[in-house]
Design a protein around this ligand. Structure first.
Ligand code: ZN
Length: 468
Protein backbone atom coordinates (compact mmCIF):
# COMPACT_ATOMS: atom_id res chain seq x y z
CA UNK A 1 0.00 0.00 0.00
CA UNK A 2 1.49 3.36 -0.97
CA UNK A 3 0.31 6.72 0.34
CA UNK A 4 -1.71 7.19 -2.80
CA UNK A 5 -3.61 4.01 -2.07
CA UNK A 6 -4.78 4.92 1.45
CA UNK A 7 -8.59 4.82 1.03
CA UNK A 8 -9.98 8.27 0.21
CA UNK A 9 -12.82 7.97 2.73
CA UNK A 10 -10.29 6.94 5.41
CA UNK A 11 -8.24 10.09 4.74
CA UNK A 12 -11.41 12.20 4.67
CA UNK A 13 -12.52 10.84 8.05
CA UNK A 14 -9.09 11.69 9.47
CA UNK A 15 -9.11 15.25 8.15
CA UNK A 16 -12.64 15.87 9.43
CA UNK A 17 -12.49 14.27 12.87
CA UNK A 18 -8.96 15.07 14.08
CA UNK A 19 -6.77 18.16 14.63
CA UNK A 20 -5.02 19.62 11.58
CA UNK A 21 -1.59 18.43 12.75
CA UNK A 22 -2.76 14.88 13.54
CA UNK A 23 -1.38 13.31 10.37
CA UNK A 24 1.80 13.99 8.40
CA UNK A 25 2.91 12.64 5.03
CA UNK A 26 6.10 14.70 4.82
CA UNK A 27 8.78 12.61 3.06
CA UNK A 28 11.50 13.19 5.67
CA UNK A 29 9.17 12.33 8.53
CA UNK A 30 7.95 9.19 6.78
CA UNK A 31 11.55 8.04 6.54
CA UNK A 32 12.34 8.87 10.16
CA UNK A 33 9.20 7.34 11.69
CA UNK A 34 9.30 4.29 9.43
CA UNK A 35 12.51 2.84 10.81
CA UNK A 36 14.05 1.73 14.08
CA UNK A 37 17.67 1.19 15.13
CA UNK A 38 17.84 -2.04 13.09
CA UNK A 39 18.66 -0.04 9.92
CA UNK A 40 18.17 -3.16 7.78
CA UNK A 41 14.75 -2.36 6.29
CA UNK A 42 13.95 0.55 3.98
CA UNK A 43 11.24 2.68 5.63
CA UNK A 44 8.10 3.26 3.54
CA UNK A 45 5.05 4.19 5.64
CA UNK A 46 2.20 6.07 3.98
CA UNK A 47 1.49 8.43 6.87
CA UNK A 48 2.38 9.18 10.48
CA UNK A 49 -0.39 9.81 13.02
CA UNK A 50 0.47 11.76 16.18
CA UNK A 51 -2.40 11.50 18.68
CA UNK A 52 -2.51 13.47 21.95
CA UNK A 53 -5.15 11.42 23.76
CA UNK A 54 -6.30 7.84 24.21
CA UNK A 55 -9.58 8.85 22.61
CA UNK A 56 -7.73 9.87 19.44
CA UNK A 57 -5.84 6.55 19.41
CA UNK A 58 -9.12 4.66 19.83
CA UNK A 59 -10.87 6.56 17.04
CA UNK A 60 -7.86 6.13 14.73
CA UNK A 61 -7.73 2.37 15.34
CA UNK A 62 -11.48 2.03 14.82
CA UNK A 63 -11.06 3.73 11.43
CA UNK A 64 -8.06 1.58 10.50
CA UNK A 65 -10.02 -1.53 11.47
CA UNK A 66 -13.01 -0.39 9.43
CA UNK A 67 -10.88 0.37 6.34
CA UNK A 68 -8.36 -2.48 6.84
CA UNK A 69 -5.45 -0.04 7.03
CA UNK A 70 -2.31 -1.51 8.65
CA UNK A 71 -0.90 0.33 11.69
CA UNK A 72 2.60 0.23 13.18
CA UNK A 73 2.62 1.43 16.82
CA UNK A 74 5.72 3.51 17.45
CA UNK A 75 7.62 4.50 20.61
CA UNK A 76 11.26 5.64 20.68
CA UNK A 77 12.09 3.26 17.78
CA UNK A 78 15.26 2.10 19.51
CA UNK A 79 14.43 -1.57 18.87
CA UNK A 80 16.91 -3.87 17.19
CA UNK A 81 14.54 -6.45 15.66
CA UNK A 82 12.53 -4.34 13.22
CA UNK A 83 9.42 -4.41 15.44
CA UNK A 84 8.69 -0.72 14.79
CA UNK A 85 9.62 -0.74 11.09
CA UNK A 86 6.96 0.43 8.63
CA UNK A 87 8.13 -0.72 5.22
CA UNK A 88 4.87 -1.56 3.46
CA UNK A 89 2.78 1.59 3.37
CA UNK A 90 1.42 1.27 6.89
CA UNK A 91 0.25 4.18 9.03
CA UNK A 92 2.73 4.78 11.85
CA UNK A 93 0.97 5.51 15.14
CA UNK A 94 3.49 7.52 17.14
CA UNK A 95 2.81 7.92 20.87
CA UNK A 96 5.40 10.69 21.25
CA UNK A 97 2.88 13.42 22.05
CA UNK A 98 1.47 11.27 24.85
CA UNK A 99 4.28 11.68 27.37
CA UNK A 100 2.49 12.97 30.47
CA UNK A 101 3.88 11.87 33.83
CA UNK A 102 1.35 11.56 36.62
CA UNK A 103 2.06 12.30 40.28
CA UNK A 104 4.18 9.73 42.13
CA UNK A 105 2.10 7.80 44.67
CA UNK A 106 4.38 7.65 47.70
CA UNK A 107 2.19 5.23 49.60
CA UNK A 108 1.76 2.67 46.84
CA UNK A 109 5.15 3.38 45.18
CA UNK A 110 3.54 3.75 41.76
CA UNK A 111 3.26 6.30 39.00
CA UNK A 112 0.85 6.40 36.08
CA UNK A 113 2.35 7.68 32.84
CA UNK A 114 1.42 7.91 29.19
CA UNK A 115 3.06 5.46 26.79
CA UNK A 116 5.20 8.06 25.03
CA UNK A 117 7.06 9.05 28.21
CA UNK A 118 10.82 8.64 27.72
CA UNK A 119 12.44 6.14 30.10
CA UNK A 120 14.98 8.62 31.43
CA UNK A 121 12.27 11.24 32.07
CA UNK A 122 10.44 8.69 34.23
CA UNK A 123 13.68 8.03 36.12
CA UNK A 124 14.21 11.73 36.82
CA UNK A 125 10.57 12.23 37.81
CA UNK A 126 10.71 9.40 40.35
CA UNK A 127 14.23 10.15 41.63
CA UNK A 128 12.92 13.40 43.16
CA UNK A 129 11.10 11.13 45.59
CA UNK A 130 13.95 8.67 46.17
CA UNK A 131 12.25 6.12 43.90
CA UNK A 132 13.00 4.57 40.54
CA UNK A 133 11.46 2.46 37.78
CA UNK A 134 14.33 -0.02 37.49
CA UNK A 135 14.11 -0.55 33.73
CA UNK A 136 17.44 0.67 32.46
CA UNK A 137 19.48 0.39 29.28
CA UNK A 138 21.79 2.34 26.99
CA UNK A 139 18.85 3.71 24.95
CA UNK A 140 17.05 5.19 27.97
CA UNK A 141 17.32 8.71 26.55
CA UNK A 142 15.11 7.79 23.58
CA UNK A 143 13.21 4.59 24.43
CA UNK A 144 9.68 5.04 25.76
CA UNK A 145 7.58 3.35 28.43
CA UNK A 146 5.12 2.00 25.85
CA UNK A 147 7.88 0.52 23.72
CA UNK A 148 9.65 -0.95 26.74
CA UNK A 149 6.46 -2.68 27.83
CA UNK A 150 5.41 -3.78 24.34
CA UNK A 151 8.81 -5.45 23.93
CA UNK A 152 9.25 -6.52 27.56
CA UNK A 153 12.64 -4.85 27.37
CA UNK A 154 15.67 -6.11 29.30
CA UNK A 155 18.90 -4.23 29.83
CA UNK A 156 21.73 -3.96 32.30
CA UNK A 157 19.80 -4.25 35.59
CA UNK A 158 17.83 -7.43 34.87
CA UNK A 159 20.15 -9.45 37.09
CA UNK A 160 18.84 -7.52 40.09
CA UNK A 161 15.33 -6.50 39.10
CA UNK A 162 14.12 -8.80 36.32
CA UNK A 163 12.52 -7.80 33.00
CA UNK A 164 10.13 -4.86 32.37
CA UNK A 165 7.20 -7.25 32.91
CA UNK A 166 7.92 -7.28 36.66
CA UNK A 167 7.51 -3.51 36.95
CA UNK A 168 4.12 -2.96 35.32
CA UNK A 169 1.08 -2.89 37.56
CA UNK A 170 -1.61 -1.64 35.21
CA UNK A 171 -2.11 -1.03 31.51
CA UNK A 172 -4.50 0.99 29.43
CA UNK A 173 -4.66 -0.69 26.04
CA UNK A 174 -6.60 0.17 22.88
CA UNK A 175 -7.70 -2.92 20.97
CA UNK A 176 -7.44 -3.36 17.21
CA UNK A 177 -11.06 -2.22 16.74
CA UNK A 178 -10.74 0.80 19.01
CA UNK A 179 -12.03 -0.36 22.41
CA UNK A 180 -10.24 0.90 25.50
CA UNK A 181 -9.24 -1.67 28.15
CA UNK A 182 -8.16 -0.78 31.69
CA UNK A 183 -6.19 -3.77 32.99
CA UNK A 184 -5.37 -4.28 36.66
CA UNK A 185 -5.14 -0.58 37.62
CA UNK A 186 -2.67 -0.09 40.46
CA UNK A 187 -3.29 -3.46 42.10
CA UNK A 188 -0.37 -5.45 43.45
CA UNK A 189 -2.69 -8.40 44.11
CA UNK A 190 -5.58 -9.34 41.84
CA UNK A 191 -6.60 -12.95 41.65
CA UNK A 192 -9.65 -12.73 39.40
CA UNK A 193 -8.64 -15.18 36.73
CA UNK A 194 -6.40 -14.71 33.68
CA UNK A 195 -4.14 -11.65 33.76
CA UNK A 196 -4.88 -10.04 30.38
CA UNK A 197 -2.20 -7.42 30.99
CA UNK A 198 0.45 -10.07 30.37
CA UNK A 199 -0.94 -10.72 26.86
CA UNK A 200 0.11 -7.26 25.77
CA UNK A 201 3.50 -7.16 27.51
CA UNK A 202 5.97 -8.43 24.92
CA UNK A 203 3.38 -8.54 22.12
CA UNK A 204 5.36 -5.93 20.11
CA UNK A 205 2.23 -4.01 19.18
CA UNK A 206 0.59 -6.96 17.44
CA UNK A 207 -2.36 -7.39 19.84
CA UNK A 208 -3.18 -3.86 21.04
CA UNK A 209 -1.72 -0.39 21.52
CA UNK A 210 -0.55 0.52 25.02
CA UNK A 211 -1.56 4.11 25.79
CA UNK A 212 -0.95 4.42 29.55
CA UNK A 213 0.71 2.35 32.25
CA UNK A 214 0.82 2.29 36.02
CA UNK A 215 4.43 1.54 36.86
CA UNK A 216 5.67 -0.18 39.95
CA UNK A 217 8.54 1.69 41.61
CA UNK A 218 11.27 0.75 44.02
CA UNK A 219 13.69 2.68 46.21
CA UNK A 220 16.69 4.18 44.46
CA UNK A 221 19.64 1.92 45.21
CA UNK A 222 22.27 3.24 47.61
CA UNK A 223 25.83 4.05 46.63
CA UNK A 224 27.06 1.61 43.99
CA UNK A 225 30.59 0.31 43.57
CA UNK A 226 31.70 -0.09 39.96
CA UNK A 227 34.59 -2.40 39.08
CA UNK A 228 36.23 -3.37 35.83
CA UNK A 229 38.19 -6.62 35.79
CA UNK A 230 40.46 -8.15 33.17
CA UNK A 231 40.28 -11.93 32.70
CA UNK A 232 41.72 -14.15 29.99
CA UNK A 233 38.59 -15.76 28.50
CA UNK A 234 34.84 -16.42 28.73
CA UNK A 235 35.35 -19.39 31.06
CA UNK A 236 37.12 -17.01 33.49
CA UNK A 237 34.22 -14.53 33.19
CA UNK A 238 31.89 -17.27 34.39
CA UNK A 239 34.25 -18.46 37.13
CA UNK A 240 34.40 -14.93 38.51
CA UNK A 241 30.61 -14.66 38.27
CA UNK A 242 30.11 -17.83 40.29
CA UNK A 243 32.41 -16.43 42.96
CA UNK A 244 30.80 -12.96 42.99
CA UNK A 245 27.32 -14.42 43.25
CA UNK A 246 28.22 -16.29 46.42
CA UNK A 247 29.37 -13.16 48.25
CA UNK A 248 27.21 -11.61 50.93
CA UNK A 249 29.35 -8.47 51.13
CA UNK A 250 27.47 -6.84 48.24
CA UNK A 251 24.36 -7.08 46.11
CA UNK A 252 25.08 -7.41 42.37
CA UNK A 253 23.14 -4.92 40.25
CA UNK A 254 24.96 -5.51 36.95
CA UNK A 255 27.38 -8.17 35.73
CA UNK A 256 28.41 -7.32 32.18
CA UNK A 257 31.17 -8.66 30.00
CA UNK A 258 32.86 -7.81 26.72
CA UNK A 259 35.80 -9.06 24.71
CA UNK A 260 38.95 -7.17 23.73
CA UNK A 261 37.53 -6.82 20.19
CA UNK A 262 34.61 -4.80 21.59
CA UNK A 263 36.93 -2.66 23.68
CA UNK A 264 39.16 -1.75 20.76
CA UNK A 265 36.13 -0.75 18.64
CA UNK A 266 34.87 1.48 21.50
CA UNK A 267 38.31 3.01 21.94
CA UNK A 268 38.53 3.72 18.23
CA UNK A 269 35.07 5.27 17.98
CA UNK A 270 34.68 7.03 21.33
CA UNK A 271 38.37 7.89 21.78
CA UNK A 272 38.30 6.35 25.27
CA UNK A 273 41.27 4.92 27.13
CA UNK A 274 41.41 1.48 28.67
CA UNK A 275 42.22 1.65 32.38
CA UNK A 276 44.61 -1.29 31.91
CA UNK A 277 48.12 -1.25 30.53
CA UNK A 278 48.07 -4.68 28.92
CA UNK A 279 45.16 -5.95 26.81
CA UNK A 280 43.27 -8.99 27.99
CA UNK A 281 40.90 -11.46 26.33
CA UNK A 282 37.78 -10.41 28.25
CA UNK A 283 36.56 -7.74 30.63
CA UNK A 284 33.91 -7.80 33.32
CA UNK A 285 32.01 -4.76 34.55
CA UNK A 286 30.57 -5.41 37.98
CA UNK A 287 28.23 -2.94 39.65
CA UNK A 288 27.30 -3.81 43.19
CA UNK A 289 25.68 -2.22 46.22
CA UNK A 290 28.05 -2.80 49.14
CA UNK A 291 26.70 -4.12 52.43
CA UNK A 292 30.02 -4.54 54.19
CA UNK A 293 32.85 -2.35 52.89
CA UNK A 294 35.61 -4.26 54.71
CA UNK A 295 34.39 -7.57 53.32
CA UNK A 296 34.29 -6.10 49.79
CA UNK A 297 37.87 -4.96 50.26
CA UNK A 298 38.93 -8.44 51.41
CA UNK A 299 37.14 -10.08 48.49
CA UNK A 300 38.89 -7.79 46.02
CA UNK A 301 42.28 -8.66 47.45
CA UNK A 302 41.51 -12.37 47.26
CA UNK A 303 40.65 -12.21 43.55
CA UNK A 304 44.28 -11.70 42.59
CA UNK A 305 45.57 -14.27 45.10
CA UNK A 306 43.14 -16.87 43.81
CA UNK A 307 43.93 -16.07 40.18
CA UNK A 308 40.32 -15.13 39.37
CA UNK A 309 41.34 -11.89 37.66
CA UNK A 310 44.53 -10.68 35.99
CA UNK A 311 43.86 -6.99 36.54
CA UNK A 312 41.15 -4.80 38.03
CA UNK A 313 40.12 -1.29 38.89
CA UNK A 314 37.46 0.30 41.08
CA UNK A 315 35.84 3.59 40.13
CA UNK A 316 36.63 6.40 42.56
CA UNK A 317 33.52 8.53 42.35
CA UNK A 318 30.69 9.02 39.90
CA UNK A 319 32.78 10.41 37.04
CA UNK A 320 35.07 7.37 36.97
CA UNK A 321 32.09 5.04 37.28
CA UNK A 322 30.58 6.71 34.22
CA UNK A 323 33.87 6.28 32.37
CA UNK A 324 33.92 2.54 33.09
CA UNK A 325 30.25 2.23 32.12
CA UNK A 326 30.95 4.11 28.86
CA UNK A 327 33.31 1.31 27.82
CA UNK A 328 30.42 -1.13 28.09
CA UNK A 329 27.49 1.02 27.02
CA UNK A 330 29.35 2.45 24.03
CA UNK A 331 29.81 -0.96 22.41
CA UNK A 332 26.63 -1.28 20.37
CA UNK A 333 26.96 2.21 18.90
CA UNK A 334 30.72 1.81 18.27
CA UNK A 335 30.31 -1.47 16.38
CA UNK A 336 27.80 0.15 14.03
CA UNK A 337 29.91 3.31 13.63
CA UNK A 338 33.14 1.47 12.80
CA UNK A 339 31.81 -1.40 10.70
CA UNK A 340 28.81 -3.46 9.74
CA UNK A 341 27.81 -5.88 12.51
CA UNK A 342 25.43 -8.80 12.07
CA UNK A 343 23.78 -8.82 15.49
CA UNK A 344 22.31 -11.66 17.49
CA UNK A 345 20.78 -11.51 20.95
CA UNK A 346 20.53 -14.91 22.58
CA UNK A 347 20.11 -16.29 26.08
CA UNK A 348 20.95 -19.52 27.85
CA UNK A 349 20.25 -20.87 31.27
CA UNK A 350 23.12 -19.39 33.30
CA UNK A 351 24.20 -22.84 34.46
CA UNK A 352 24.58 -23.97 30.83
CA UNK A 353 26.58 -20.97 29.61
CA UNK A 354 30.02 -22.48 29.98
CA UNK A 355 29.21 -25.56 27.89
CA UNK A 356 27.38 -23.43 25.33
CA UNK A 357 30.24 -20.94 24.94
CA UNK A 358 32.76 -23.72 24.43
CA UNK A 359 30.66 -25.13 21.57
CA UNK A 360 29.92 -21.67 20.19
CA UNK A 361 33.61 -21.18 19.55
CA UNK A 362 33.55 -24.18 17.22
CA UNK A 363 30.57 -22.70 15.34
CA UNK A 364 32.47 -19.43 14.84
CA UNK A 365 35.53 -21.26 13.54
CA UNK A 366 33.59 -23.34 11.04
CA UNK A 367 31.10 -20.69 9.84
CA UNK A 368 33.21 -17.52 10.17
CA UNK A 369 36.85 -18.61 9.77
CA UNK A 370 39.15 -15.75 10.76
CA UNK A 371 36.30 -13.21 10.93
CA UNK A 372 36.04 -10.67 13.73
CA UNK A 373 33.41 -11.64 16.30
CA UNK A 374 32.49 -9.09 18.97
CA UNK A 375 30.92 -10.82 21.94
CA UNK A 376 29.43 -8.92 24.86
CA UNK A 377 26.36 -8.86 27.01
CA UNK A 378 24.54 -9.23 30.27
CA UNK A 379 26.22 -12.50 31.04
CA UNK A 380 24.88 -12.63 34.60
CA UNK A 381 21.42 -13.11 33.02
CA UNK A 382 22.70 -15.66 30.51
CA UNK A 383 22.30 -13.03 27.77
CA UNK A 384 24.93 -12.79 25.03
CA UNK A 385 25.08 -10.26 22.21
CA UNK A 386 26.89 -11.92 19.33
CA UNK A 387 28.14 -9.49 16.69
CA UNK A 388 29.76 -10.83 13.54
CA UNK A 389 31.64 -7.99 11.80
CA UNK A 390 31.68 -7.77 8.01
CA UNK A 391 35.15 -8.58 6.67
CA UNK A 392 36.46 -5.78 4.42
CA UNK A 393 36.88 -8.15 1.50
CA UNK A 394 33.17 -9.06 1.36
CA UNK A 395 30.53 -6.76 -0.04
CA UNK A 396 27.43 -6.09 2.04
CA UNK A 397 25.04 -8.35 0.13
CA UNK A 398 27.48 -11.28 0.21
CA UNK A 399 28.03 -10.74 3.93
CA UNK A 400 24.30 -10.64 4.74
CA UNK A 401 23.66 -13.75 2.65
CA UNK A 402 26.45 -15.57 4.45
CA UNK A 403 25.29 -14.63 7.96
CA UNK A 404 21.69 -15.53 7.10
CA UNK A 405 22.93 -18.96 6.09
CA UNK A 406 25.07 -19.33 9.20
CA UNK A 407 22.51 -18.19 11.80
CA UNK A 408 20.61 -21.50 11.96
CA UNK A 409 23.79 -23.30 13.04
CA UNK A 410 23.96 -21.06 16.11
CA UNK A 411 20.21 -21.32 16.72
CA UNK A 412 20.51 -25.13 16.65
CA UNK A 413 23.11 -24.86 19.37
CA UNK A 414 20.87 -22.48 21.35
CA UNK A 415 18.03 -25.00 21.10
CA UNK A 416 20.32 -27.85 22.10
CA UNK A 417 21.24 -25.97 25.29
CA UNK A 418 17.62 -24.97 26.02
CA UNK A 419 18.21 -21.28 25.34
CA UNK A 420 16.26 -18.57 23.52
CA UNK A 421 16.97 -17.04 20.10
CA UNK A 422 15.91 -13.64 21.46
CA UNK A 423 16.82 -12.66 24.99
CA UNK A 424 15.71 -9.03 25.08
CA UNK A 425 15.49 -7.57 21.56
CA UNK A 426 12.27 -9.31 20.60
CA UNK A 427 11.35 -11.00 17.34
CA UNK A 428 9.96 -8.24 15.09
CA UNK A 429 10.84 -8.90 11.47
CA UNK A 430 14.42 -9.93 12.12
CA UNK A 431 13.88 -13.22 13.96
CA UNK A 432 10.45 -14.17 12.64
CA UNK A 433 11.71 -16.98 10.42
CA UNK A 434 13.54 -18.55 13.36
CA UNK A 435 10.84 -18.42 16.03
CA UNK A 436 10.44 -22.19 15.74
CA UNK A 437 13.85 -22.67 17.33
CA UNK A 438 12.47 -21.36 20.62
CA UNK A 439 8.70 -21.96 20.50
CA UNK A 440 7.02 -25.29 19.72
CA UNK A 441 4.52 -25.85 16.89
CA UNK A 442 1.77 -26.14 19.50
CA UNK A 443 2.75 -22.81 21.04
CA UNK A 444 2.89 -21.12 17.64
CA UNK A 445 -0.60 -22.39 16.80
CA UNK A 446 -1.93 -20.91 20.06
CA UNK A 447 -0.16 -17.60 19.41
CA UNK A 448 -1.73 -17.40 15.94
CA UNK A 449 -5.17 -18.15 17.39
CA UNK A 450 -4.71 -15.32 19.93
CA UNK A 451 -3.68 -12.93 17.18
CA UNK A 452 -6.76 -13.79 15.11
CA UNK A 453 -9.03 -13.29 18.13
CA UNK A 454 -7.60 -9.93 19.17
CA UNK A 455 -6.91 -8.57 15.69
CA UNK A 456 -9.29 -10.38 13.30
CA UNK A 457 -8.55 -8.08 10.37
CA UNK A 458 -4.78 -8.22 10.88
CA UNK A 459 -4.24 -4.45 11.03
CA UNK A 460 -1.95 -4.28 14.09
CA UNK A 461 1.74 -4.40 13.21
CA UNK A 462 1.16 -7.08 10.57
CA UNK A 463 4.03 -9.44 9.77
CA UNK A 464 5.78 -8.88 13.10
CA UNK A 465 6.65 -11.85 15.39
CA UNK A 466 4.63 -14.25 13.25
CA UNK A 467 2.37 -14.40 10.23
CA UNK A 468 -1.18 -15.05 11.36
ZN1 ZN B 1 21.49 -5.71 25.76
Amino acid sequence: MSSASLPADFLRALSEGFPADFLTQDAEELKEYGRDWTRVYAPAPSAVALPRTTDEVARLLALCHQHAVAVVPSGGRTGLAGGAVAAKGEVVLSLQRMARLGPVDLLGNTVRVQAGAVTEAVHRHCAEHGLTWPVDFASKGSSTVGGNIATNAGGVKVIRYGLTRNWVLGLQVVTADGRVLELNGALEKNNTGLDLRQLFIGSEGTLGVITEATLKLTQLPGKQDVFLFAVPDVASVLRLFRDARQQTAFLISAYEFFTDRCLSRVQRHRKLRSPFEAPSGCYVLLEAEPRDAAAVEAWLGSLFERGLVTDGTQAQGAAQAAELWALREGISESLSATGLPHKNDISLPVAGLEAFCAELEAVFQSRYPGWEICLFGHIGDGNLHVNVMKPDALDKAEFLAHTKQADPTMFELVRKHAGSISAEHGIGLLKKDYLGYSRSEEELALLRALKRTLDPRGVLNPGKILDA
